[in-house]
Design a protein around this ligand. Structure first.
Ligand code: LLP
Length: 427
């Protein structure tokens, strides 16, 4: 794999890898490893490109916090005009703390608790995307209790087939747990009409992530348009049409960056016909290429005819390779020029703990710095403390400066909530 999947923000100068204008090695020395490094320039560039492509249609970008909810990233995107898309009380809390207002936030998710719905209403969110009839009634009851009218979108399962790299990240086909089946939505809209504390104003879909083609957007949106037309007939004017996230990024040579103009050409006319405001919820598109994971090579070893590079990061930091068989480009921050075919593995006591398998890449020695690319989305947020491993640090670079934006966890953090002397209750 060559340099071509890399953005200019993470490129080599005189043979060593830089993160914008800061050498990766400098960050690794000062912040330690493993550490995620995010580029503010990449976030800005990607946000501006998407906003420019959609400029011809009334729209709002709601960044999907699930990809990376780091406060520094949220601040960069918020300053550019982004709203937030959250799927839990915790993400709502993070969004509010990062300075988003209620009306900048949309709340989704298949299993919202009553408590989370209450928090969303109290925060005055712009839209709650409801995924079932039972949730609609629960929301009505809570909104009544609070004396408010809940702004509701219906998340529709449009039943479209998508082409993407893993079944776990396809969400919009018949039988998936997500959304209201599209052929049941009109009936539910009529039921919603009879409720006093919910107002149906939006239709929403999210058909999958890392979508290889734009076709599912076209097919799904067409379903939403037909529905919206019938809903207007049933007295529910649809003001927002939310087409979810899913824009792909380039992890590997075979992947392509989305054609944003083609995306806009497919979406805009339909949304205009619906006389609605478009909402998009990209997560990966902004965050993935903005980040790398830096790790140190601990050991080299040969076993069972294989060469292993054992690093100080693994599935606990970046779960994607072992969970989705995902490809992340890995290289040395200072390549010697030698190449080797290796497995890059972490220290976790699991055979599934790998970052790459049978990969031809830079040959590496203990002490070398590994750079795992395109790790800004679904990296830190999916990391765990398995094997009592403290979570990695997070760093942001902006030009020639960098800052630790999340400190590395300490051993004390690992046991902070444990009760040394449990408060036993007799019942
Ligand atoms: N909106 C909804 C309702 C979603 O479920 C998702 C992602 C997004 C927006 C953002 O999708 P994006 O633009 O990032 O594709 N952990 C997996 C990805 C799971 C995506 C879940 N939903 C991975 O590492 O590939």
């Amino acid at each position: 794999m060559g340099q071509s999947v890399l953005t200019t923000a993470f490129a080599r100068r005189d043979g060593v890898l830089y993160c914008e204008d800061v050498p990766a090695e400098t960050i690794a020395r000062q912040a330690g490893t493993p550490t995620f490094v995010y580029s503010a320039a990449v976030l800005r560039d990607r946000y501006r490109r998407l906003a420019a492509a959609l400029a011809g249609v009334k729209h709002r970008v709601h960044y999907s916090l699930k990809a990376n909810a780091n406060r520094a990233i949220l601040s960069v995107l918020r300053e550019l005009g982004s709203g937030a898309d959250v799927v839990s009380g915790g993400e709502l809390h993070r969004a509010l703390r990062a300075g988003f207002h209620g009306h900048d936030i949309i709340f989704g998710g298949v299993g919202k608790t009553g408590q989370e719905l209450r928090e969303a209403l109290k925060a005055g969110v712009k839209l709650i995307n409801v995924e079932s009839e039972a949730e609609l009634y629960l929301l009505e009851a809570i909104a009544r209790e609070l004396g408010v009218v809940a702004p509701v979108g219906f998340r529709i399962n449009p039943d479209v087939t998508v082409e993407n790299p893993h079944a776990y990240i396809a969400t919009g086909s018949r039988g998936h747990k997500f959304g209201i089946p599209h052929d049941e939505a009109l009936d539910l809209a009529k039921k919603a009409r009879a409720l006093e504390h919910v107002e149906l104003i939006g239709l929403d879909m999210h058909v999958g992530s890392q979508l290889a083609t734009l076709e599912p957007y076209r097919a799904g949106l067409e379903r939403l348009r037909e529905l919206a037309e019938r809903m207007v007939g049933a007295g529910a004017p649809i003001r927002y049409v939310d087409i979810g996230g899913g824009l792909p990024v380039r992890y590997d040579e075979g992947d392509v960056e989305p054609d944003l103009d083609a995306f806009a050409r497919i979406i805009s006319p339909v949304v205009k016909r619906m006389n609605a405001e478009l909402i998009v919820e990209p997560g990966r598109f902004f965050a993935a290429a903005s980040g790398v994971l830096l790790a140190r090579v601990l050991y080299r070893k040969r076993s069972g005819g294989k060469d292993y590079v054992i690093a100080d990061a693994g599935m606990t930091e970046l779960l994607r390779p072992s969970h989705y068989d995902a490809y992340h480009l890995i290289e040395s921050a200072k390549p010697s020029g030698e190449r080797a075919v290796v497995d890059v593995v972490g220290p976790v006591c699991e055979s599934g703990d790998f970052l790459a398998q049978d990969r031809e890449m830079d040959d590496m020695e203990p002490g070398d710095l590994l750079v795992i690319h395109t790790a800004g989305a679904y990296g830190y947020v999916m990391s765990s403390n398995y094997n009592a491993r403290p979570k990695a640090a997070e760093v942001m670079v902006d030009g020639a400066r960098f800052a630790v934006v999340t400190a590395r966890e300490s051993y004390d953090d690992l046991t902070r909530l444990e009760q040394a002397h449990p408060d036993w209750r007799d019942v």
